[in-house]
Design a protein around this ligand. Structure first.
Ligand SMILES: *[C@@H]1O[C@H](CO)[C@@H](O)[C@H](O)[C@H]1NC(C)=O
Ligand SMILES: *[C@@H]1O[C@H](CO)[C@@H](O)[C@H](O)[C@H]1NC(C)=O
Ligand SMILES: *[C@@H]1O[C@H](CO)[C@@H](O)[C@H](O)[C@H]1NC(C)=O
Ligand SMILES: *[C@@H]1O[C@H](CO)[C@@H](O)[C@H](O)[C@H]1NC(C)=O
Ligand SMILES: *[C@@H]1O[C@H](CO)[C@@H](O)[C@H](O)[C@H]1NC(C)=O
Ligand SMILES: *[C@@H]1O[C@H](CO)[C@@H](O)[C@H](O)[C@H]1NC(C)=O
Ligand SMILES: *[C@@H]1O[C@H](CO)[C@@H](O)[C@H](O)[C@H]1NC(C)=O
Ligand SMILES: *[C@@H]1O[C@H](CO)[C@@H](O)[C@H](O)[C@H]1NC(C)=O
Ligand SMILES: *[C@@H]1O[C@H](CO)[C@@H](O)[C@H](O)[C@H]1NC(C)=O
Ligand SMILES: *[C@@H]1O[C@H](CO)[C@@H](O)[C@H](O)[C@H]1NC(C)=O
Ligand SMILES: *[C@@H]1O[C@H](CO)[C@@H](O)[C@H](O)[C@H]1NC(C)=O
Length: 858
């Protein structure tokens, strides 16, 4: 029988693979100290061989545990957390430990890791460790790969170091990634990192570094090939020592480097990646740049560079695949009959001067995936070949903000992201391939009925998410073909000539978050089917001829942040259900024929009762083109929803600051009854307009608690009584209109209430005091003082001083308010940067790895 020996053999082979009991127990106690909500360690069972557990790798002969790979590959739902147990120390032969992308909640990196002498690979990036990096890690003399980068912004104690002296023993280290670790306490970071004698790749992005020792002529980085220092604070010239590096990848983007790009850049002959994006480099490009024949990636965008570049400059740069010259003053001219030496994959030339002629040379580029030539001064007709050529660009084509013309009737658009906004395109709307995900054709001269476009036969299921065709001459009805476009999340057809009813089929846009149909000639009711758009956050139907009631089902769309129905023919009451919209920050139903009283429940608009702004629910108003391109480009700037709002008596467009606006406009209707006192609890409201109604009664006594109010218009009603003393507290108020009511008594004394023109108060026969010319009689004075005495213990004198104080504050705010506001912006911007940084890091890591692999010399 031959079977028995065979089985024996198999058995013996298997038994050698059974893991060590001690190590198994160590791993089980390691598991018990961890939290594992996603059950990633469910295979770690005492009844199974630990060498077969998920993420555990054993030596193929000794079967001792040598690798632990617990990187979180998925969403935060699969994060491990909790405590990293000492039990790991029992894994004597562990050489590879990866805990990256988990969430250890800001706890420190355990210092015992420094005793795991066999480690050659340690990856803790994006694992939300915080606090001081233990210098004990310096004992890991066998370590070749160390990645600690990626702080997590929501944990305060970001990872930091006191000094990097412990680097001196890491003599085997080849790869070091500490991006987003706070290194600002280590002034000698450059000396310390140059002690890493085997170092080949160094990533210190966003480390709060501010000095690269620009005057040093030489730094001992003998084997460094990748130097990545983006998002720091270097604000000096490019250092000389850079040009002695065997380097082949240099990333100094998003710093504040000044001066010119030095001529001796040409010494870096093996350079493949050069990124100087987002600095303050000025002057012309050094001629030696054009000798870097290995360059694949050239990013000099967003600098103050100037001068003219032609295709001749690129003659030696035949390997170039990526070029970014956007946001510079560079002029790029190519003779129409010349074929450049390169075949680009990405071309980013926004805001550099390419026009006025259309750049016909791009026809020679057949591998392009992204083309951005927006704002580049092109005043020309798009050539006939262009659209067919462009249909092979996979990802992005951005021609926006030029004066490119051409008839797009019959053209097929076939790119994922297309931006043709603000040009002179005309004719009927083009056709789309299912691949198109974002299409912006706003502000052109497209004409004709919209229905052939909406009802076109698509060659598959549409992926269109964002469609903006606002400000054209489109006409006709909205068609019944909306079921073809169910992936739409944002739709803007405002400022056209569309007519007819809003079709019921729009209710099939289940994903819709923003709908703009303003300034058309739409009529009929607001269709009940819209209640199916369960994610609707912004609805702008203003400036149409819509009739019927303000539907009460709108109260169910609790995601609504901005509701603009102004200038229609709506009738009936404001339904109290609308108060369920607790996310609402803009309510504009002005200039309709609404009647009845103002619901008493406006205090339920809880976001108007606060001034907080850092809330992700605003993603409906601010969103990102978060696309990866082949290398690492991300368009950066957020995209904003926009609304026309009347605030402080002026109609203007609100975009980037829209999410900070808190406004209620019920003006020019037939509302009656009194102003509900509940409205005064909206302490975050900035603009309240109730003018031109039939409101009666007095201003709520607590109006002064609406501390954020900047604009208040109650004019042309039948309001009466005195102006409440509390209104002195409205220290941000800069626009006030109480005219044409029946107010009486003295205007309360506070510098800002007196700072308005008489016109703010006129048409109130019984009102007196500054700024009106009518003097108060003693009676009226007496009344005034009475009120003060009732409300506050003390005399008029403290009030006077308080008034002065507030007056000062108002003056102060006049100058500095904008700065405060900017701070809010800054904060938002900073948060955004954080997102981008994460993003950019991941993107850069992925792209550069790929690039590195592609470039690896066999
Ligand atoms: C298992 O590991 C322990 C601790 O490292 C060691 O003392 C023991 O000899 C190992 N057992 C085997 C069978 O290798
Ligand atoms: C064990 O692993 C080493 C390297 O990890 C490899 O070279 C060797 O071929 C493997 N041996 C067996 C029997 O799989
Ligand atoms: C993560 O968990 C939340 C809540 O448990 C769930 O809503 C969400 O869909 C999950 N995400 C993924 C990617 O599994
Ligand atoms: C490790 O490093 C620390 C601090 O750098 C040092 O005090 C300690 O003696 C070193 N050795 C071990 C085995 O931890
Ligand atoms: C530079 O570093 C190498 C390797 O660590 C060393 O051999 C050499 O002496 C150093 N040179 C200088 C000038 O410090
Ligand atoms: C550039 O290279 C040349 C020739 O190899 C050398 O003479 C020169 O010193 C280098 N310049 C710098 C700044 O390193
Ligand atoms: C350009 O760089 C500056 C810093 O130098 C930065 O503030 C700005 O946001 C950058 N602009 C873009 C579009 O990236
Ligand atoms: C570049 O900027 C510096 C100031 O940072 C200025 O002194 C210099 O004149 C500028 N050079 C050119 C060519 O614009
Ligand atoms: C549309 O784009 C896809 C993917 O980029 C490509 O395969 C296809 O050939 C293109 N279609 C046309 C008609 O150009
Ligand atoms: C656009 O071209 C189509 C035919 O391709 C033609 O019928 C139409 O009149 C043109 N439109 C304009 C505005 O020139
Ligand atoms: C109002 O009073 C001031 C002084 O108190 C006086 O000069 C002024 O003439 C009076 N105006 C009117 C219209 O009575």
């Amino acid at each position: 029988m031959i079977v028995f020996p065979l089985l024996c053999f198999l058995f013996s082979t298997i038994s050698t693979l059974v893991c060590n009991e001690t190590e198994k127990r160590a791993l089980l106690s390691f598991k018990h100290a961890l939290s594992d909500p996603g059950h990633r360690l469910s295979s770690w069972s005492i009844h199974k061989d630990c060498c077969g557990w998920n993420g555990v790798y054993c030596h193929n002969i000794t079967s001792r545990v040598i690798q632990l790979d617990l990187m979180n590959p998925g969403s935060s739902n699969f994060s491990l957390g909790g405590k990293v147990s000492h039990a790991l120390l029992q894994l004597e032969f562990l050489n590879y430990l990866d805990l990256s992308f988990n969430d250890f909640g800001g706890t420190p990196i355990p210092s015992f890791l420094g005793s795991m002498q066999s480690l050659t690979y340690l990856d803790l990036k994006y694992a939300s460790f915080g606090g001081l990096i233990p210098p004990q890690l310096g004992n890991l003399s066998n370590l070749q790969y160390l990645s600690l980068g990626g702080a997590y912004s929501s944990y305060k104690p970001q990872l930091y170091v006191e000094n990097l002296g412990w680097f001196s023993h890491l003599s085997s280290l080849e790869y070091l990634h500490m991006s987003e670790v706070d290194l600002q306490r280590e002034v000698h970071w450059l000396e310390s990192t140059s002690m890493l004698s085997s170092l080949s790749k160094l990533y210190l992005g966003a480390c709060e570094l501010d000095n690269m020792s620009p005057s040093l002529g030489y730094v001992n980085f003998t084997s460094l090939t990748v130097l990545s220092l983006p998002l720091n604070h270097f604000n000096h010239e490019m250092p000389n020592w850079l040009f002695n590096l065997p380097l082949n990848s240099l990333d100094l983007s998003s710093n504040h480097l000044t001066g010119q790009i030095p001529e001796y850049l040409g010494n870096l002959s093996s350079l493949t990646v050069l990124s100087l994006y987002g600095n303050r480099l000025n002057g012309t490009l050094p001629s030696s740049l054009w000798l870097l024949s290995n360059l694949v990636y050239l990013d000099i965008g967003n600098n103050s560079l100037e001068g003219t570049i032609s295709e001749v400059h690129f003659d030696k740069l035949s390997k170039l695949k990526y070029i970014d010259m956007s946001s510079t003053s560079l002029i790029f001219k190519v003779k129409s009959n010349r074929v450049p030496a390169f075949q680009l994959e990405e071309l980013w030339m926004s805001t550099c001067q390419i026009g006025p002629k259309f750049p016909t040379w791009i026809q020679t580029q057949t591998s392009l995936q992204c083309v951005d030539i927006s704002k580049s001064g092109i005043v020309d007709i798009a050539p006939k070949w262009f659209w067919k050529w462009a249909s092979h660009i996979d990802l992005l084509i951005d021609l926006s903000d030029n004066q490119i013309s051409g008839n797009l009737s019959g053209v097929l658009l076939n790119n994922t992201y297309i931006d043709l906004r603000s040009n002179c395109f005309m004719g009927e709307l083009p056709r789309l391939s299912p691949q198109v995900s974002r299409l912006n054709m706003a502000n052109n001269s497209f004409s004709g009925p919209i229905s052939p476009f909406l009802c076109q036969k698509l060659n598959g299921k549409s992926n269109l998410e964002i469609l903006d065709m606002s400000t054209n001459n489109l006409s006709g009805e909205l068609s019944h073909c909306w079921t073809y476009w169910q992936s739409l999340t944002r739709l803007n057809l405002g400022n056209n000539n569309l007519s007819g009813k809003i079709p019921d089929s729009m209710g099939s846009l289940f994903e819709l978050e923003a709908l703009h149909l303003h300034n058309n000639r739409l009529s009929g009711d607001i269709p009940p089917s819209l209640r199916n758009c369960k994610s609707l956050g912004l609805l702008d139907l203003g400036g149409n001829k819509l009739s019927g009631n303000l539907p009460s089902w709108m109260g169910e769309r609790t995601t609504l942040t901005a509701l603009r129905l102004r200038s229609n023919k709506l009738i009936g009451n404001i339904p109290p259900q609308i108060c369920q919209l607790s996310s609402l920050i803009i309510l504009d139903v002005a200039n309709n024929s609404l009647s009845g009283t103002i619901p008493k429940c406006f205090n339920n608009f809880s976001l108007m009762a606060t001034t907080g702004t850092e809330d992700d629910s605003f993603s409906v108003l601010e969103f990102y083109y978060d696309y990866y391109s082949y290398y690492n480009r991300y368009t950066g700037a957020p995209n904003y929803e926009n609304l026309m709002l009347v605030i402080k008596g002026k109609e203007s467009e609100y975009r980037s600051i829209l999410k900070f606006v808190r406004s209620i406009d019920l003006s020019s209707n037939d509302l009656w009854g009194s102003i509900p006192t509940e409205i005064s609890s909206l302490s975050g409201l900035e603009s309240l307009n109730l003018s031109c109604n039939n409101l009666m009664g007095s201003i709520p006594e607590k109006m002064g608690s609406m501390k954020a109010l900047e604009s208040l218009d109650l004019s042309r009603n039948h309001l009466s009584g005195e102006i409440p003393q509390s209104m002195k507290n409205l220290s941000f108020l800069s626009h006030l209109n109480l005219s044409y009511n029946n107010f009486s008594g003295r205007i309360p004394s506070s510098t800002q209430l007196q700072s308005f023109d008489e016109i703010s108060y006129i048409g109130n026969a019984e009102l007196c005091g500054v700024p009106l010319t009518k003097n108060c009689t003693e009676d009226e004075d007496f009344q005034g003082i009475d009120v003060i005495d009732e409300n506050e213990e003390g005399s008029e004198i403290p009030w006077f001083y308080i008034g002065m104080g507030l007056g000062f504050i108002v003056g102060f705010w006049g100058v500095c308010g904008a700065l405060l506001f900017k701070k809010a912006w800054r904060h938002a911007y900073f948060q955004f940067l954080y997102r981008v940084k994460d993003w950019v890091y991941v993107a850069i890591a992925i792209r550069l790895n790929r690039l590195q692999n592609n470039l690896r010399v066999p």
